[in-house]
Design a protein around this ligand. Structure first.
Ligand SMILES: [Zn+2]
Length: 227
């Protein structure tokens, strides 16, 4: 069994880049944070196997937010690995309805219809979470010393998970595809700036983003964090 957190990078559809999932040892098993898009399900299953995570050993799947490039395999692994799914209530309807624009500023109808197809999020991928997390939730019940933070901005129900070791999994609030930065797709930029400011006061050693490479909080330039 791996003793430390493992980062699993999976491709996005149509060469749109990649998305990161994180597998953390927790108690006598594992917690998986984010699951990639559905078209790379076999890759994720293979990577979990290589890391020693077999059906029955994945106690919890945490979703940093409701977007299909992060939630595409949650329903599948919940069933196949007998896990539970945890996320914030404000993004739960995205997964239940198969609509990333629930609770967000709405795009045009074409985009709204196209996106589930693009990310392969059909009826089989929809789910209702078993556990609702909120700001201040802890994960000790699941064998992980970590705290959950509500960090709205990219979506209303976006979550950050900060481990006792100082590793922050930040979902899409921040990214590092070219350089460490606030996420390029924000639903509410003011909320995002507020979330980033809140994180700055915490003891964070390394930030692990949904897209791109890990970075230290100091690498995030100050002008990224001004409204
Ligand atoms: Zn994303």
């Amino acid at each position: 069994m791996a003793q430390s957190m493992s980062m699993i990078t999976l491709p996005l559809p149509l060469g749109m880049g990649s998305v990161n999932c994180y597998l953390l040892p927790a108690g006598d098993g594992y917690i998986l944070i984010d699951t990639g898009a559905s078209h790379v399900r076999h890759m994720l299953r293979r990577e979990l196997g290589k890391l020693g995570c077999q059906p029955g050993a994945l106690h919890l799947i945490i979703l940093t937010h409701g977007d299909f490039d992060h939630t595409g395999n949650a329903a599948y692994f919940r069933a196949a690995f007998r896990s539970k799914i945890a996320m914030h209530a404000d993004d739960a309807r995205m997964a239940e309805a198969g609509d990333m624009f629930v609770n967000r500023h709405k795009p045009n109808a074409v985009l709204r219809a196209l996106i589930p197809r693009l990310f392969g999020f059909g009826r089989a991928e929809r789910f209702t979470p078993d556990i609702l997390l909120e700001d201040g939730s802890t994960l000790s019940t699941y064998g992980l010393q970590a705290q959950v933070f509500s960090i709205p901005g990219h979506s209303r129900g976006s979550l950050g998970i900060l481990t006792a070791a100082g590793d922050l999994i930040c979902g899409d609030l921040m990214e590092n595809t070219k350089k460490p930065a606030l996420g390029s797709l924000m639903d509410d930029r003011d909320a995002a700036l507020h979330s980033a400011a809140k994180l700055r006061s915490l003891a964070i050693r390394t930030v692990y983003p949904g897209h791109g490479k890990p970075f230290s909080m100091d690498e995030l330039s100050g002008d990224q964090l001004v409204a």
